[in-house]
Every structure is written in structure tokens, then in C-alpha cells.
Design a protein around this ligand. Structure first.
Ligand SMILES: Cc1ncc(C[n+]2csc(CCOP(=O)(O)OP(=O)(O)O)c2C)c(N)n1
Ligand code: SF4
Ligand SMILES: [Mg+2]
Length: 308
């Protein structure tokens, strides 16, 4: 039996009545994505926090939902796309009633476990939208370090000392090395920029990435009411560049000028608190700032657009 949202009491709207945290940045972005993509969507979800939106047989979406293992959401999307194509070819689904295959995955799957399946799907030219909500850790299981965890952040597996010693992997760069049709970074705290990117991705066919930074009060350690402000700080400090790739060119859609010091962002989150107290870890703060400065120097020497 399929249970539709319209049949449910209002408490079963997206996020309400589920086990989602207040102030979840991933959920904020997903609201906007779903509003614009609409119900003709098949979400193919890799295990993670967003899986909790659906409690079988309930889903808060009017479209469909397929749950996969962490490593295989792109393979699931291939199956969905192939099935739709067969139905259309056999005349059992009118082309105008076609659906979109949309992977919905966290960073643990996107930057790590699911990367080879993703690479293969892009290489095959699969017609799919790949939504990664990036909360910079394995959030659903208690915020262990993932390939997206930033330098210096404390997590459940880097709980002591200076925090995570590695650096966040460049998933956007990995995607564009495959020359997809479209790739973009975005955040719910910049809703107009996000909306424009969703619209653009929606109008194209082929492999498309939307990489969404997802401020996570529970895993990052801040008050849920601060979610939008933390997201804006990620952009204003230059730590999370908003950009898009199409036709072989990367364009920054927001250029923070002047850029705020990274400390303005770090100081607001428990996961970085050890960098400031009880003793200040200036070397780590400087190393993070130096990376950000080097990134934006590179952008400016490539001819960045004026402040956005
Ligand atoms: C192969 C495998 N290992 C471990 C798990 C347990 N598990 C379920 S959700 C999850 C965290 C996923 O992290 P991420 O993809 O970043 O999504 P988030 O939980 O942060 O939303 C893990 C480790 C699993 N489902 N499959
Ligand atoms: S742990 Fe973080 S990403 Fe997961 S539901 Fe809670 S706020 Fe959202
Ligand atoms: Mg995650």
C-alpha cells in the first residue's frame, strides 16, 4: 500500500513527526529542493540521517522513495532510470509523465563509500541528479570522521587533541574531473542562489551534482536557532565557496568581499572549541586561514566576478 502525504494528518509534513533534529541544515535545503523539483521525483537514498524521513510505508514526499545501501545509490538510480526508459519504450508510460531519478546522500556515502559507484555512473552519462547534503561527518551514527570532515574538527573518532588531522576532500573537483553536465555547491542560507542552481540542474539531462553544505547543530555543536547564521558564516569566511560548473567552466556565484576571518566561523561551534580554549591553537587556525586565502588567491588570478 502506498500512503500519500495528502492522506496524512498535518503533523506528518516533511520533518515533523520524524526523528530529525531541530535546525537541521540538510532538511532546510531539502525543503527547497523538493519544492522546486516537485512530485515527479524518485529519491534514491543512501543510508544516512535523511533516511529517517521515511518510516515504512510512510514517506513525506508525493513522489517515490527507494532506500539503498550507502555504497550503491547511483546504481539504484541507474535501475530506476533504466526501468523508466523501458516503460516509455514499451508505451506503458507516456513520455510527458517521465520521472527524475534523484540520489539523496550524505557525505559519508558521497565522499567515501559510494564514490566508485558515483564515478562509474557519471562516466556512463547516467541521467540523474546527485544531491549530497554535507554535514561533514557520519551524522546518523554519532558524527564520526568522514572524507568531508574539515581540518581541526573534533568528531566521535577524532575526539581528542587537535581534532581531525586531515583536510576535507574536494568532491566538487572530483566531479568536474569527470566533465559532468552540471555541478554546483549551494547552501540553504543562500536560498536564491540555491533556487537558481536547482532550476538550472532541473533543466538539464545527464549527470548533475548539487553539493549542499548542511550545518548540523547536533554534530557540529551549536544552538539550532543559529543554523542559518552558521551557514552564512561558512560563505562569508570563504570556507565554503558557492560556485557552479557548466560547459567546462567554473564560475563563483558569490564572492565574499571582504572575507571574514575563519575564526568567526570556528568560534561558533563546539567541534572547534579546543582551537580557542583552554589554550589557543594558533598554528591550526593559521593553517586553515592559509588554505582559504590560497584558494581565493587562485580564484582571483583566474578572473573572479565582482562581489556577489
Ligand atoms: C556499509 C555500511 N556501513 C555502516 C552503515 C551504518 N550507517 C548508517 S547511516 C551511517 C552514516 C552515514 O553518513 P553520511 O553518509 O554522512 O550521512 P549522515 O548520516 O551524515 O546523514 C552509517 C555509518 C551502513 N548503513 N552501511
Ligand atoms: S544529526 Fe545533523 S544532519 Fe542529521 S538530522 Fe540531526 S541536524 Fe540533521
Ligand atoms: Mg554526513
Amino acid at each position: 500500500m502506498t500512503v500519500r502525504m495528502k492522506d496524512l494528518p498535518s503533523t506528518h509534513l516533511l520533518g515533523a513527526g520524524t526523528a530529525m533534529c531541530a535546525g537541521c541544515g540538510a532538511l532546510g535545503a531539502l525543503h527547497e529542493v523538493y519544492d522546486l523539483l516537485g512530485p515527479r521525483t524518485v529519491f534514491v537514498n543512501a543510508a544516512g540521517c535523511m533516511t529517517l524521513l521515511c518510516t515504512y510505508p510512510f514517506t513525506p514526499f508525493r513522489g517515490s522513495w527507494l532506500y539503498t545501501s550507502m555504497a550503491s545509490a547511483p546504481a539504484g538510480a541507474q535501475g530506476v532510470r533504466d526501468a523508466l526508459d523501458v516503460l516509455i519504450r514499451k508505451g506503458r508510460l507516456p513520455p510527458e509523465e517521465d520521472l527524475s531519478a534523484v540520489v539523496l546522500t550524505g557525505d559519508g556515502a558521497a565522499y567515501g563509500m559510494g564514490l566508485s559507484a558515483t564515478s562509474a555512473a557519471i562516466e556512463r552519462g547516467l541521467d540523474f541528479l546527485y544531491l549530497c547534503y554535507d554535514n561533514e561527518g557520519y551524522g546518523n551514527t554519532g558524527q564520526q570522521t568522514s572524507g568531508a570532515t574539515p581540518h581541526g574538527a573534533r568528531t566521535a573518532t577524532d575526539a581528542r587533541g587537535g581534532g581531525h588531522g586531515g583536510w576535507k576532500k574536494d568532491l566538487f573537483g572530483i566531479w568536474i574531473a569527470h566533465e559532468p553536465v552540471y555541478a554546483a555547491t549551494a547552501i540553504a542560507a543562500h536560498p536564491v542562489d540555491l533556487a537558481r542552481k536547482i532550476e538550472k540542474a532541473r533543466g538539464l539531462r545527464g549527470p548533475r551534482l548539487l553539493l549542499l553544505l548542511a550545518p548540523c547543530p547536533t554534530g557540529w555543536g551549536f544552538d539550532p536557532s543559529q543554523s542559518v547564521e552558521i551557514g552564512r558564516l561558512a560563505v562569508e569566511t570563504g570556507l565554503f565557496p558557492l560556485k557552479e560548473y557548466a560547459d567546462g567552466t567554473v564560475r563563483h556565484t558569490v564572492v565574499p568581499r571582504p572575507r571574514r576571518p575563519v575564526e568567526a566561523y570556528l568560534a561558533r561551534q563546539e567541534r572547534f572549541a579546543h582551537l580557542l580554549e583552554p589554550a589557543r591553537d594558533q598554528a591550526t587556525i593559521d593553517a586553515i586561514q592559509a588554505r582559504v586565502d590560497a584558494y581565493w588567491r587562485g580564484v582571483e588570478s583566474d578572473g573572479a566576478p565582482a562581489a556577489g
